[in-house]
Design a protein around this ligand. Structure first.
Ligand code: ATP
Length: 387
């Protein structure tokens, strides 16, 4: 096992149709900066989930760690050892990608044994390795060993691919959307399996996924990427409840955080966020110091509140909550939740509530939200002021 550290890593690609005769400065501006001075540290034995919009550089990040892509600038370290010049096969990496990449003409057992055969290991030792891996991968894995890849389901292929990775005792495990071709039920099952494996082996792992809930379930920490950079790294609680900027706040969560354009006003020493129409949110006293010190009174800001914090106002709702009347414009009810689209004057809000609360469309209802769960962002640069 090994810690992994990327320091100021840059990886550029030539776009299609790129002219080799361009001037150096033109060349750089037209290049795709897949990784753009990226910093990230993955601790020994840690599972780091990496999420971000499509094309933000997640796969390139894995390839750079694996040595499949060379960095243009910056350094990659395994346990403080610079591996920039180390060949992929010498990095002791285990990789599982979406498309499994099993050798199609070999039964699963041979897929597992292949790297050892190349190194001319004796049959006995190979068998021991396979037995150990089968024990680790648990019930049902042994039954797959004699089967050809074409006869396996997507989930079974995935297990064999994981087995082939684990058998080599990798120092670092790189997983790129390993469950994207599985159906929802199988994903949940495979997710638990992968989690158990990662915990059992304690291998340092980088796990790329589009599925935020998968990242949360499997990872110790999550890194959120945008345009070749890491925007924030932290536990799920840190990144979800304390986003450092608007991008992270909006990217995490489904539906995403409600964001309202407001102006900060002061009246008799108290601070309020004032929106269109009659929206006027009194702020908790504990925020006064920060907001006044930063001289934000009179400034245009953004107030963010998660949909799950908006609920129907009750008799027991504390006075510190902001209560407001809203028209229910639309609703979608699932087994465990109701998704409501609300209109408050010219503002639109999403609320996620109990499915038993099912108001009529067009109905005016009083809702409330805990103001101190809200976030405040700078409208110009998107940075969080209160988070
Ligand atoms: P997705 O979520 O869609 O898989 P990603 O976050 O993994 O995307 P990458 O595949 O790392 O993103 O790509 C990052 C950027 O680099 C994209 O703009 C992509 O088009 C570009 N890119 C990646 N590999 C190459 C390549 N070999 N040649 C040219 N451009 C590339």
């Amino acid at each position: 096992m090994s810690s992994v550290r990327l320091e100021g890593v840059v990886k550029k690609f030539r776009p299609q149709g790129f002219s080799l005769f361009s001037l150096p400065r033109e060349k750089d501006s037209t290049m795709i900066h897949a990784l753009d001075y990226l910093y990230l540290e993955i601790k020994d034995g840690e599972t780091m989930g990496v999420i971000g919009p499509t094309g933000c550089g997640k796969t390139t990040l894995l390839k750079v760690i694996a040595g499949l892509e060379r960095v243009d600038e910056g350094n990659v370290y395994f346990d403080n050892r610079n591996v920039n010049k180390l060949r992929p096969r010498d990095r002791e990496i285990g990789m599982v990608f979406q498309n499994y990449a099993l050798y199609p003409h070999m039964v699963s057992r041979e897929n597992l044994a292949f790297p050892f055969r190349l190194r001319k290991w004796p049959e006995e030792r190979i068998n021991e390795k396979i037995e150990f891996t089968a024990d680790t991968l648990g019930v049902g894995f042994r039954a797959l060993l004699g089967r050809m890849p074409r006869t396996l389901s997507a989930g079974q292929k995935q297990r064999v691919a994981l087995g082939r990775c684990i058998i080599r005792n990798p120092k670092v495990f790189l997983l790129d959307e390993p469950m994207s071709s599985l159906d929802a039920k199988l994903r949940a099952k495979t997710r638990t399996e992968i989690k158990n494996l990662l915990r059992k082996f304690g291998v340092t792992t980088v796990y790329v996924t589009h599925d935020q809930s998968e990242a949360v379930a499997l990872s110790h920490r999550i890194a959120i990427m945008r345009r070749g950079k890491i925007e924030q790294v932290g536990s799920f609680d840190e990144v979800y409840n304390h986003p450092v900027n608007l991008f992270v706040a909006e990217f995490l969560g489904e539906p995403s955080m409600n964001l309202l354009n407001v102006v900060l006003k002061e009246e008799k020493g108290e601070l309020f966020l004032v929106g269109f129409d009659s929206l006027r949110v009194k702020l908790p006293l504990k925020w006064n110091q920060t907001l006044k010190e930063k001289k934000l009174v009179g400034e245009e800001l953004i107030f963010g509140i998660r949909p799950e914090h908006i609920e129907r106002r009750k008799r027991t709702t504390p006075p510190s909550f902001f209560s407001f009347w809203a028209e229910v414009e639309d609703k979608e009810v699932s087994i465990s939740k109701a998704y409501l689209s609300l209109r408050v004057g010219r503002h639109k809000l999403m609320a996620v509530t109990d499915p038993h609360f099912s108001p009529r469309i067009g109905e005016e209802i009083e809702f409330s939200l805990p103001v101190d769960e809200g976030k405040i962002f700078n409208r110009e640069n998107g940075l969080a002021i209160i988070s």
